[in-house]
Design a binder for this molecule. Structure first.
Ligand SMILES: NC(=O)c1ccc[n+]([C@@H]2O[C@H](COP(=O)([O-])OP(=O)(O)OC[C@H]3O[C@@H](n4cnc5c(N)ncnc54)[C@H](OP(=O)(O)O)[C@@H]3O)[C@@H](O)[C@H]2O)c1
Length: 265
C-alpha cells in the first residue's frame, strides 16, 4: 500500500514518530498540529531523508473551525487520503470538579469531536475507492475509568468503542479501522502531566509505539496494545469486574492525591 497519510498531532511524540514510520515505508504525508514551526522542521527532515511529498497544515482541533481547516487543506492539496491517523490528543489530571470548563471542552473537542469529524469527512472517499486505513490512537485507559483522569479516560473509551464498531461496520469495504492503545510512553504529554515519578525505563518510546501502530494499521487489526506489560495489564483489566476495578482505582486515587499535591506543589 502507498499513497498519502494524514496524521494529526504530528508536531511531537507518537505523531511525529508515526510520520517517520509512514515516510520510511513510502507514504507521502499531510501533517497537522498547532505548532507549525515543528511541522516545518519535520517535513524538511522527511522530504530530504525519504524523498516524500510532505504538506503541513496548521490547525487547532479544539476550535470549532479546526477540522474544516484541515479538510479544506486536504482538498487543496488534491491527493486522496489513503490513511487517516487520528493521533492528536489532549489530557489533564486532577479532580473533574477542579477542572475548568474550557480545559474539559478542549479535551473532548480534540480527542472525540475532531477524531469523529475527520473520520466522517474522509471515510466516504475511502469507501468509494474501496481502499483505506484509519488508525485511531486510544490508550490502555480506554479499558477502564480512571478517577483523576475522568475526561481523558472517558474520551479514550469512546475512541476504542468507535474504532471497534467501525472495524466491524466496514468489513468487506476495503477500509479498516485500528485502535492503537499505548500505555505510558515517553512524550511531552506525560512530561506535562507528571507521571508520578515513573522512571523513564518503565515507559515505552514513541518510536516503538509508532512501529506497532503502523504494523497493526497495515494488517487491519482492530486493536493493538503495544508492549507485553501493557498487554498483561489490559488482560488483567478485562479479567476483573468493573465494580472491583472502579473501587480499586478510586481507592488508589484517594490514597495518592495528597502526594500528588505535594509533588505538584
Ligand atoms: N504518552 C502517553 O503515555 C500516551 C499513552 C496513551 C495514549 N497516548 C495518546 O497518544 C497521542 C499522542 O500523544 P503523545 O503522547 O505523543 O503526546 P504529545 O507529544 O504531547 O503529542 C500530542 C500531539 O497532539 C497535538 N495536539 C494537542 N492539542 C491539539 C489541538 N488543540 N489541536 C491540534 N493538535 C493538538 C499536539 O500538537 P500541537 O501542540 O502542536 O498542537 C501534539 O502534536 C494522544 O492521543 C495521546 O492521548 C499517549
Amino acid at each position: 500500500m502507498s499513497g498519502t497519510t494524514l496524521i494529526t498531532g504530528a508536531s511531537s511524540g507518537i505523531g511525529a514518530a508515526l510520520a517517520r514510520q509512514f515516510a520510511a515505508r513510502g507514504f507521502d504525508l499531510v501533517l497537522t498540529a498547532r505548532r507549525e514551526s515543528r511541522l516545518e522542521r519535520l517535513a524538511e527532515e522527511l522530504a530530504s531523508q525519504y524523498g516524500r511529498q510532505v504538506d503541513i497544515v496548521g490547525a487547532d482541533l479544539a476550535a470549532s473551525s479546526g477540522v474544516a481547516t484541515v479538510l479544506r487543506a486536504v482538498e487543496t492539496i488534491g491527493r486522496p487520503i489513503e490513511v487517516l491517523v487520528n493521533n492528536a490528543g489532549a489530557a489533564a489530571t486532577g479532580a473533574f470538579s477542579e477542572t475548568d470548563t474550557e480545559t474539559a471542552s478542549d479535551i473532548v473537542n480534540v480527542n472525540v469531536r475532531a477524531l469523529t469529524e475527520l473520520t466522517s469527512g474522509l471515510l466516504p472517499g475511502m469507501i468509494e475507492r474501496a481502499s483505506g486505513r484509519i488508525l485511531n490512537v486510544a490508550s490502555v485507559v480506554s479499558f477502564a475509568a480512571v478517577p483523576g483522569m475522568a475526561i481523558y479516560s472517558a474520551s479514550k473509551a469512546y475512541v476504542l468503542a468507535l474504532s471497534e464498531a467501525l472495524s466491524e461496520e466496514l468489513k468487506g469495504t476495503g477500509v479498516t479501522v485500528t485502535a492503537l492503545c499505548p500505555g505510558l510512553t515517553q512524550t511531552e504529554m506525560v512530561g506535562s502531566l507528571d507521571a508520578n515519578g515513573m522512571p523513564p525505563f518503565a515507559m515505552a518510546s514513541a518510536e516503538s509505539v509508532a512501529r506497532a501502530g503502523y504494523d497493526a494499521c497495515m494488517q487491519g487489526r482492530a486493536i493493538e496494545v503495544p508492549g507485553v506489560m501493557n498487554q498483561a495489564f489490559v488482560s488483567w483489566l478485562e479479567a476483573n469486574p468493573r465494580w472491583f476495578l472502579r473501587n480499586l482505582s478510586g481507592a488508589a486515587a484517594r490514597f495518592t492525591a495528597p502526594f500528588r499535591r505535594i509533588v505538584g506543589g
